[in-house]
Design a protein around this ligand. Sequence first.
Ligand SMILES: Nc1nc2c(c(=O)[nH]1)N[C@@H](CNc1ccc(C(=O)N[C@@H](CCC(=O)N[C@@H](CCC(=O)N[C@@H](CCC(=O)O)C(=O)O)C(=O)O)C(=O)O)cc1)CN2
Ligand code: MET
Ligand SMILES: [Zn+2]
Length: 763
Amino acid sequence: MSVAHVLGYPRIGAKRELKFALEKYWRGELSENDLQAVAAALRKSHWQAQKDAGLDYVTVGDFSFYDQVLDTTQWLGALPERCIDQGSSALDNYFRAARGAAPTGKATTASELTKWFDTNYHYLVPELHADQSFHLQAEQLLGQINEALAQGHKVKPVILGPISYLYLAKTTDNSDKLALLGKLIPVYRQLLQAIEQTGCKWIQIDEPALVFELDNRWQEAFRITYKHLQDYQIRILLATYFDRVDHHLPLLQSVAVDGLHVDAVRGADTVQQIIDAWPKERVLSLGVIDGRNIWRNDLRASLQVLKTAQQKFNGRLWVSASSSLQHVPVDLTHEQKLPSEQRQWLAFARQKLDEIVTLSRALAEGVEAVESQLSESDQVIASRRHSPQTHRAAVRARHAAVNENDAKRHLPYNKRAALQRAALELPAFPTTTIGSFPQTPEIRALRAGWKKGQISEQEYRQGIRAQIADHIQRQEALGLDVLVHGEAERNDMVEYFGEQLEGFLFTENGWVQSYGSRCVKPPVIFGDVERKASITVDWAVYAQSLTEKPVKGMLTGPVTILCWSFNRDDLSRQAQCEQIALALRDEVLDLEKAGITIIQIDEPAIREGLPLRKGEQGAYLDWAVNAFKLATSGVADTTQIHTHMCYSEFNEIIDSIAALDADVITIETSRSHMELLQAFRDFAYPNEIGPGVYDIHSPVVPTTEQIEVLLEKALQHIPQERLWVNPDCGLKTRAWPETERALQAMVQAAKRLRAKHQPAAVA
Ligand SMILES: Nc1nc2c(c(=O)[nH]1)N[C@@H](CNc1ccc(C(=O)N[C@@H](CCC(=O)N[C@@H](CCC(=O)N[C@@H](CCC(=O)O)C(=O)O)C(=O)O)C(=O)O)cc1)CN2
Ligand code: MET
Ligand SMILES: [Zn+2]
């Protein structure tokens, strides 16, 4: 017998039921009861899917209305005080921390949103302080456990562990996070006790922070914590994921947990070492099915690994996916338009459940019991390996011929800046936006109609042109200095390029949660990447034809396209990224040729692609920076290259950001109140910067005064001739009324700054 289980299942729903219910609730169109009913129905169906597939446990606690880290903050009774409005429900307090506003209660600033490890999922950063108190408020989690038990399931609850929770938190007073451990542990103990009373035999405690090289203090904290959590009957499965953990083996062995889960995909090279070292009387859970990618598993190869482990662990070997399945789409059965050859190469969350069960059955009953599944797996693995669709000779040849001059601008920044200043004639503190404007229901309906064949391509293009004209007009009226076309033609900044480039597959329903109710459909890189025809030039040229002001060309960068797609596993990430960079290089040059003088190449994912382990980071940063430069360096020195980044901790990669040598970077800093700029100053960042002056992920509209204060703060770090004024990200998730009010405030703040700091310029 070997146990089949998952660390977590997608919660958003195969048809994004949770997204639509949440957004209705926030708009005041759905009651809390009805929202709770949608949530309960989703949980029920997800547990049933796990049971139907034949898993031995259903995982409970992976559901969330917004984010699992925020859920942890809530059951720890540690929501920021400003979010708690006595007159409003617990759920609305929670939503205020997530997004600043909720149907009841007074709006406030939301908590900071940042990347969850190296994924495109975002979590809400816990805001703690030295005299923080914690008190157990786990009614929601306990309720869900009882709900699953009542449905007849064998339940394994999951919670985020105290070490990872603290590791991912920040203290608002700069006090020592670890000093809070003593207050945190008792609450975790109370929770374990409460869960034990529900009758559960196992609890999964996630400690993904163990993939980092923790210093001695953190290691000691880990040891102490788990010493205090061992007093209960309930058994602890300590789950690590997203990378190898061999560097912490002695530490892991030193704590009295009953089981350990490791990522056997990212940590494949270290699995044998783990098998050898982990005590045989404890459980070992091997995540052999990839929780981060959509390729069908090579079941025979996985079985090989599992069998080695089985010799030692027997029934104490558990089979799982490498990480929670929340990072892959829900169900391949909803994909009807994929080419059949390629469709059979894929497995989404639901299909991965079957793969896990097949492997565990092979261990329990022998390979004969699952021979048909194994031979089907052999066949699809071979089909993908030998497909002529994946290899393009011209792409390979061009890639091989790249040389280092291809990734260099001609003149250094200061010389380019002088030329650009003369050519562009922008005012001091130039105002701009990040690219997208509200993706209104009208735009979505237009695209949906075109995709369903209800309107013609020509009608669709006409409709998008009307949107562009409207966007230009609104920007002129607002008095912005550098305009954008608004990205109405893009369903998403990565998927759109995936649809236009050769070598990509895209799905109809392959949704993955990005944050809260927001989802993405990552395209799939399956073959060599090539650009058939220009992608954005017509739209940009049309927009520029409507105004005297410069319109920024708008592209997504090679690293971001790589990071926000599912990648092939038969070619290095570096090579995939460089192929994309060469395709984009052609697009950049076509834009320039068409008269576009400012081109923005967004790289919001550059930090996210950073390997979690320090030793591997340098090599990544080198090729990532190089790919950006390969895409952007073909232009004349008078052409101004912008880039944009958001929702990550950029401090530690500031030198690589500078090495991109973009003329202007617009960057998210508003939710962290410009904390980031210190790093730009300390590093003496040489080029121009537009620190985001308001948070576009919250519906709350900033005032001119608030923006002015932030800009004054920015001026302490950035010389005024290099300071731009812009929101902190694109505006596609916002509605027009709040967008226009916010941009009005922003333009007003820029004017006040000009008057204050450059009186001559306003005369
Ligand atoms: N890939 C990616 N990652 C990213 C970002 C990003 O922009 N892209 N931004 C950062 C933050 N993340 C974000 C992720 C998603 C969204 C977002 O707005 N997503 C949209 C979906 C965008 C999309 O693909 N829209 C499609 C499909 C629209 C849709 O839902 N259509 C309806 C039908 C509409 C109708 O009939 O009227 C449906 O399918 O049900 C389109 O425009 O064509 C959403 O969840 O609502 C925003 C920010 C970091 N990571
Ligand atoms: C997540 S970064 C978004 C950049 C893109 N140009 C936009 O404005 O939406
Ligand atoms: Zn952004």
